[in-house]
Design a protein around this ligand. Structure first.
Ligand code: HEM
Length: 420
């Protein structure tokens, strides 16, 4: 067999344009080997739509390396967290979330959490999502820079909306939300290890205290519901599972959504024909537009590693048991085998608002728990933003917008706009 093609995920060209960057790999070597700088590695990446779905849904892949039978594979994050100074008391909260569970353990966790995090709970939040959106939009003019009149829409709208919504959903008291915003910013800058570690400690201690408080003082919130869930056999979430679940939901649920709103706004502003079309019938087109924006500029571009639990033939190569593999969501979403003319933004591409073909929320058993909430927030955000500020425009040329250079994520550093 020929040597595998290699790819450097930190290649500046790939980071700048991941949408075109994967096309050569997808055609020539649908399973490629990842290199870090000039070092080799045993990490693989799959780039075709069908292979990405397979990796995300086939039982021959596991999320937790400890579940590869007959092998003792060290989770690479353990070493990374240790080097960052996250001690053994806190690391398990990051290493043993629902995303790290496989098989029956994962099913049990998902079953329990789905009893509390229901479609009805998400729907009941809609009026509040609208209200919070309206309040943030009202305040935007005050945020304009006196120097040039530009407003950072990421900082003052896309970011505070989802964090406020998720805090209300979970039941994080209003007076603590400022701290969450600070922690979440610190987590984004993982290179500043001291702040990162302090944020992890702060979050875990805070959620532990909140769980204890809600046991004594139940409220109408997700946390109280999670404390109360049990299945037919009476099984409940343990204290550790509760804390981990809450922090996973908050952390997984706000930054991603913020960047969907940020990326989607840029996409619509730079495709005025699509924005115009959306304005003709927002009620009908918004759900379809959000599906398409998730495909075209979704904030999560790579799923977390999977590990082959046995030898698996994929993309014309054999992946050895125990090998880690990354499923490239962005590459799958631009695979011409699945999407006609994939680089064209077409908000009517999805046949209806219910069915979703892109893989931006993942696929299979670990499919995003909060997809319905994220879609709801994005629909409300786009509708209200373009309605309130019909002349909204970018304050810098689109090519000058800065992105955070991070493989697996598509995020703006800031989104300067003018409101009129
Ligand atoms: C899982 C993306 C919003 C909670 C995932 C996965 C993706 C994803 C790709 C699967 C990861 C994998 O299989 O490796 C996104 C995007 C969002 C978003 C792009 C916003 C635009 C949310 C929200 C919440 C949430 C709002 C919570 C309220 C979760 C959880 C999982 C997950 C708990 C793990 C599910 C499991 O392991 O069974 N998300 N997500 N996400 N997401 Fe989201």
């Amino acid at each position: 067999m020929t040597a595998p093609v290699t790819v450097d995920l930190m290649d500046p060209e790939l980071l700048r344009d991941p949408f075109h960057g994967y096309s050569r790999l997808r055609e020539q070597s649908p399973m490629a080997q990842v290199v870090y700088g000039d070092r080799g590695s045993s990490l693989w990446i799959v780039t075709r739509y069908a292979d990405v779905r397979l990796v995300l849904s086939d039982r021959r892949f596991v999320n937790n390396p400890g579940n590869v039978p007959g092998m003792r594979i060290q989770d690479p994050r353990t070493e990374i967290f240790r080097k960052m100074g996250i001690d053994d008391e806190y690391a398990p909260y990051l290493l043993r979330s629902v995303l790290d569970a496989d098989g029956d353990e994962h099913l049990r966790l998902r079953r329990l959490v789905s009893r509390a995090f229901t479609a009805r709970r998400v729907a009941a939040l809609l009026p509040r999502v609208r209200e919070i959106t309206g309040q943030l939009l009202d305040r935007l003019p005050e945020r304009a820079s006196p120097r040039d009149g530009a407003v950072d829409l990421l900082e003052h709208f896309a970011y505070p909306l989802p964090i406020t919504v998720i805090c209300e959903l979970v039941g994080i008291p209003e007076e603590d939300r400022g701290r969450w915003l600070g922690w979440s910013r610190a987590l984004m800058r993982s290179h500043e290890t001291e702040h990162f570690t302090a944020a992890i400690r702060g979050i875990v201690d805070h959620v532990e205290a909140l769980v204890a408080r809600r046991r004594d003082e139940p409220a109408d919130d997700l946390l109280t519901a999670l404390i109360g869930v049990h299945d037919e056999d009476g099984a409940v979430l343990s204290e550790f599972e509760l804390v981990t679940m809450v922090l996973t939901i908050v952390l997984a649920g706000h930054e991603t959504t913020a960047h969907l709103i940020g990326n989607g706004t840029v996409a619509l502003l730079t495709h005025p024909d699509q924005l115009e079309l959306l304005r003709t019938d927002p009620a009908a087109l918004l759900p379809r537009a959000v599906h398409e924006l998730m495909r075209w500029c979704g904030p999560v571009q790579g799923a977390r590693f999977r590990y082959a639990a046995e030898d698996v033939e994929i993309g014309g190569r054999k992946l050895r048991k125990g090998s880690p593999v990354m499923a490239s969501l962005v590459s799958a979403n631009f695979d011409p085998r699945r999407f006609d003319d994939p680089h064209r933004l077409d908000i009517t591409r999805q046949p209806d608002g219910r069915r979703e073909t892109h893989l931006g929320f993942g696929h299979g058993l670990h499919y995003c728990l909060g997809a319905a909430l994220a879609r709801q927030e994005a629909e409300v955000a786009f509708a209200a933003l373009f309605d309130r500020y019909p002349d909204l425009c970018l304050a810098v040329p689109p090519e000058d917008l800065e992105r955070i250079p991070m493989p697996g994520a598509w995020r703006l550093s800031a989104l300067p706009v003018r409101l009129t």
